[in-house]
Design a protein around this ligand. Sequence first.
Ligand code: HMG
Length: 391
Amino acid sequence: MAERPAVGIHDLSAATTHHVLTHATLAASNGTDVAKYHRGIGLRAMSVPAPDEDIVTMAAAAAAPVVARHGTDRVRTIVFATESSVDQAKAAGIHVHSLLGFPSATRVVELKQACYGGTAGLQFAIGLVHRDPSQQVLVIASDVSKYALGEPGEATQGAAAVAMLVGADPALVRVEDPSGMFTADVMDFWRPNYRTTALVDGHESISAYLQAVEGSWKDYTERGGRALDEFGAFCYHQPFPRMADKAHRHLLNYCGRDVDDALVAGAIGHTTAYNAEIGNSYTASMYLGLAALLDTADDLSGRTVGFLSYGSGSVAEFFAGTVVPGYREHTRPDQHRAAIDRRQEVDYDTYRELHEHAFPVDGGDYPAPAVTTGPYRLAGLSGHKRVYEPR
Ligand code: HMG
């Protein structure tokens, strides 16, 4: 049998929103000690969408640089992972397909399992590329994290999209077998169809996450995965950056290792840079961690990264990826820094207005105010249809 090609992430590009709310502003408005946000959960700021932004506009903004660099010829499939879907039937990826001019001979589908959906998309993409290594798959993870005002989860909101081009002989990260899997039926975090904000049992959700770290690592090692010492860094799902710290300490404990602060910081330190300024971006969060790692760490060529993807409800997967020598010629640190730095800071009252913004649902014509400075915008709603346009 012919040897299987290496398959993995060939390009990775992230985008976020037009607005940002700092945790200093949130703390001043609700009387919380800002140290709880900065040190306790590790967040400095959260991205907030403008009325003409959503998961589609962020996704198109993230994917456009990938298309500019690689074209659309080899992309036969677009997988869009989200838990903040804008339609119960139509895949959000079809809007992206149209905005970016993909050919009609493309398969487009949307996936959901809380924050885990992006990893499901990546693994399904890898399977498709193994079937035909001449094809590439565009995997997009895009989400707006939203909790009710005044709830503990409010401080962990955020929004971002990550677009990944998955293909054979990748330039960034070769994704390995095996994967360790873990599923448990828990109600730690969920969002019924009739709600725009998530419901969560915050402390239960942290325990459920840590259980899933154990479970997926156990399955990974039982399937012949690498030993803990072989990993140079770990990318965890980050609802807030301190969760990566908690998760890695838990893994070290579970493996019977001594836990010291320097060891944990060395393993996860570089992965939190973007998440700390963007907040929770659900499906995109772990891949924003990867973007930060690739963009900011010293040369990782040949190093192995451990990935722990968690989606409440819950499903988790642990897998390994090896960073490809020469990857630094293909990363996008300036683009990512610019996306974070260009956001317009809002005061607390404006944030509240944006949080409560909703279009009427009577099928009338409702143009969205022109606010975003991103490359694509939601023009408005008309006849119950969302209308998107390049800006
Ligand atoms: P809380 O209950 O208000 O906060 O909200 P807390 O009292 O637990 O404090 C948080 C940390 O800050 C603690 O640190 C405090 O000690 C510390 P820890 O003890 O855990 O190490 N602290 C301070 N530190 C310094 N100075 C101070 C200070 N005060 C307190 N003055 C909670 C926290 C995470 C529960 C809340 O934000 C929440 O409900 N968030 C949403 C749920 C969530 O993010 N869960 C995470 C796991 S589930 C997950 O990751 C999946 C998810 O992404 C969804 C999906 O899959 O789709 C959420």
